[in-house]
Design a protein around this ligand. Structure first.
Ligand SMILES: [Zn+2]
Length: 103
């Protein structure tokens, strides 16, 4: 994965990710059940979300990035669709809407 901090190997992340998904009962965002058999990358597939998002910790020192990337306390299993909605929502919050322009 491209976004992993330099001191986290994809292998390490994959292990933690699999553990979080295996332990999860329900989507942390919508509360509905997870579907382990959903096709990968489909809307109902399971993805692992960082509560403190990478956008926030990307600028911190590598040790902190590693900690937040792999800390189960910072991870939650969610539906891919819920995760992308959350992402869009926080984007809207952080980026001011462009004012409508008069031409
Ligand atoms: Zn969900």
């Amino acid at each position: 994965m491209m976004w992993l901090p330099a001191n986290v190997s994809p292998w390490e992340w994959e292990q933690v990710r699999a553990r979080v998904i295996a332990a999860a009962q329900a989507c942390a965002i919508c509360g509905r059940e997870l579907f382990p058999d959903a096709p990968p990358r489909s809307r109902w597939s399971t993805s692992v979300d960082h509560k403190v998002p990478r956008a926030v910790f990307a600028g911190m020192d590598l040790q902190t990035q590693r900690q937040l990337t792999l800390d189960p306390q910072n991870l939650q299993a969610v539906h891919a669709r819920c995760n992308s909605r959350k992402g869009k929502r926080s984007m809207r919050q952080s980026v001011p809407r462009p004012q409508s322009q008069k031409w």
